[in-house]
Design a protein around this ligand. Sequence first.
Ligand SMILES: *Cc1c(COP(=O)(O)O)cnc(C)c1O
Length: 485
Amino acid sequence: MAKTDFPLIFERSKEGRTSYSLPELDVPKYDLDHELEHSYIRQTAPDLPEVSELDIMRHYTGLSRRNYGVDSGFYPLGSCTMKYNPKINEDVARIDGFSHIHPYQDPKSVQGALEMLYDLQTSLREITGMHEVSLQPAAGAQGEWTGLMMIRAFHEANGDYNRTKVIVPDSAHGTNPASATVAGFEAVTVKSNEQGLVDLEDLKRVVGEDTAALMLTNPNTLGLFETEILEMAEIVHDAGGKLYYDGANLNAIMGYTRPGDMGFDVVHLNLHKTFTGPHGGGGPGSGPVGVSKELEPYIPKPVLVKQEDLFVFDYDRPNSIGRVKPYYGNFGINLRAYTYIRTMGAEGLKKVSEYAVLNANYMMRKLEKEYVLPYQQHCKHEFVLSGKKQKKLGVRTLDIAKRLLDYGYHPPTIYFPLNVEEALMVEPTETESKETLDGFIDTMVAISEEVKNDPELVQEAPHETIVKRMDETTAARKPILRYRK
Ligand SMILES: *Cc1c(COP(=O)(O)O)cnc(C)c1O
């Protein structure tokens, strides 16, 4: 076996080998057949690997060493906010009173947990400037869909059935048009202008009596703050539409400005991004939605409310769009976000935005010397470069991303947003030190030199990783879903 071969757990399997040893049964054997319908009982044994405890430990430890995460290195994946997940969040999430409770417990017996959720709602109301917050949605995209369903319920309650279109800028996150479509609307694009911001003239052109809402990602996916938000708000509201704020990347503005103050009717947040929930392969998400007073009747039920000294779930919400998630949101992620907010405090959260923006601008100004910077104004928490200069020398942005793996970095987001040729979207996050930022800048500059002097080295990267360049098309089209002996 070559040193780099890593057998699947099924390949390690030896018939009869087990990971446990239990004493002989000294109680009567329980016969499930009497309890369950025959059809519920498995007829053939599951095809599971048979391995020792040591095999299984080495298998997963080995896999974890080959994995790459925020805890192992710099991860500037634009729009994803791969920032450090403070370990105090994990400690709090493991407190028995939180980790050993059950969603079906009588609310009276879990008042502490409900108080935590209620406090989190209150904090998020304050951070966003919204009237009410629901913690139910389990991800950003689900928050978007929930928000749009509320907007739809609002229009229908007014007998306004012809508002079938949701306006989405071409610089929006990809989930926005998708959520609009899933919520039953038609997504209509509004163009960006030369500054990379929403083109107000084009907005005036597409807005009309059929407009249900405008969904705005701010800062947009170019990392740019939309400076004409109040004008946009007026145009859309005057036409009878609602304003949706995609606040997944709130770490650009938190503590400085609030969607509620800008006139937005709905906002969603990504607690697994801005508020340090481990995400991606690391865990589930949480995408709370905040709403204006006008939309409050439609928020998902049950609604967690305080009645005198008791925290209770209010089901008596006749206009609610209903439940969007079993139980009440992703409790563990909400708890981590709550811990984060409490450890940072209001001033700390403001500093988060300050450093996120500072780090991104520092990096952007250093890198614009080697890579094309399509939009010149200051960025917010992230920025987008173009690899078109390198492309002229025969090296694509994909090659640069692969070459970064050789230097031990997770690459930035590439080929997004679509309106930038050979895009490289970098989000350093505020948790990284200047030394880390400088290390990445030096590497990007070194790769640019390689492109000029030895393009093949970059075109054929990665060279140092266990798995070389993958055939991504085949991987996507023919995924190995299950190993068969
Ligand atoms: C990540 C992101 C989303 C989607 O969030 P998920 O939790 O992945 O569904 C939506 N909008 C923006 C701007 C994002 O960055």
